[in-house]
Design a protein around this ligand. Structure first.
Ligand code: MG
Length: 279
């Protein structure tokens, strides 16, 4: 089995991920797939499945995305992202279960999500409600042989660890994104990886600079290897904690996405060679 194969975050026609055509041109073997949004894309499942089956790509995780999510400001994230906002929670919980079924149809055994901003006060009733909601997702996923992966970065590693412990479900895992720790200013990514190590079942190889350029949005990433994440150290630490799953490159806000992805693949291949990983 290939150890730490290189993958790409892709989308089937919408969202920020690379197109499946670009993925094919770049020659990787595995992807994470952004799920089509409610009402716009899920009816395209047969077509998407046919495309993916023909490509032979392995799907590591299907990522949930919801209509009306906004990353424009941190307040907007709090109001609109994931299952955390109360106003949309029930509808999105139902949708998450539909996405799990969509993933199952594609033969994928994990769904992932930005849960949104977890309340910092663990005694808040909304905190317990969110714990219950995540249990509901986990139990549904367990029933169809899936895991549920929470993306890192919108809280510190310690806060996420505490939340995971309180949910108490074996199929609740972490999708570790080191760049988010920098963008949301939630601690050092490599130290965070130590804290969450036992739960990491998928990753985003994404980079970001702390310093913003004039006019640059707070959430914009940068080409892999050019930011404040020490990517060789990140991959080496993943190896040292026993992680052997895909290294999924996520490049979001780029005018040259395909060229950036190509360079990222080269960088990860150099690190993989140094670690003498099995191809
Ligand atoms: Mg990410």
């Amino acid at each position: 089995m290939v150890e730490m194969p290189i993958g790409i975050f892709a989308s089937a026609g919408e969202g920020l991920g690379a197109s499946l055509e670009a993925v094919k041109r770049l020659g990787v073997s595995t992807i994470q797939l952004g799920a089509p949004r409610d009402g716009t894309g899920r009816h395209r499942l047969p077509e998407i499945k046919e495309q993916l089956d023909a490509s032979g790509l392995h799907i590591d995780v299907v990522f949930c995305g919801f209509t009306d999510s906004s990353y424009e400001t941190l307040q907007a994230v709090e109001r609109t992202v994931g299952l955390a906002p109360k106003a949309t929670r029930q509808h999105r919980l139902d949708e998450t279960k539909q996405i799990a079924e969509f993933a199952r149809e594609l033969g994928c055994d994990a769904i992932g999500m930005h849960l949104g901003v977890i309340p910092t006060d663990t005694t808040d009733s909304n905190y317990q409600d969110l714990v219950d909601t995540v249990r509901s997702v986990c139990d549904y996923c367990a029933g169809i042989g899936q895991r549920f992966h929470l993306e890192t970065g919108q809280e510190t590693a310690e806060e996420l660890l505490e939340f995971i412990r309180r949910v108490e479900r074996e199929n609740l895992c972490v999708n570790f994104d080191p760049a988010n720790m920098i963008l949301y200013d939630k601690g050092d990514p490599l130290e965070a990886l130590d804290v969450l190590a036992p739960y990491v079942r998928s990753v985003h190889c994404k980079d970001a600079k702390r310093e913003r350029q004039p006019g640059q949005k707070w959430y914009e990433d940068c080409p892999l290897g050019e930011g404040d994440v020490d990517i060789p150290a990140f991959v080496t630490k993943l190896y040292n904690i026993g992680y052997r799953g895909p290294l999924t490159i996520e490049r979001e806000y780029s005018p040259n996405q395909e060229a950036d992805l190509r360079k990222a693949i080269d960088l990860l291949n150099q690190v993989r060679a140094k670690l003498h990983l099995k191809d």
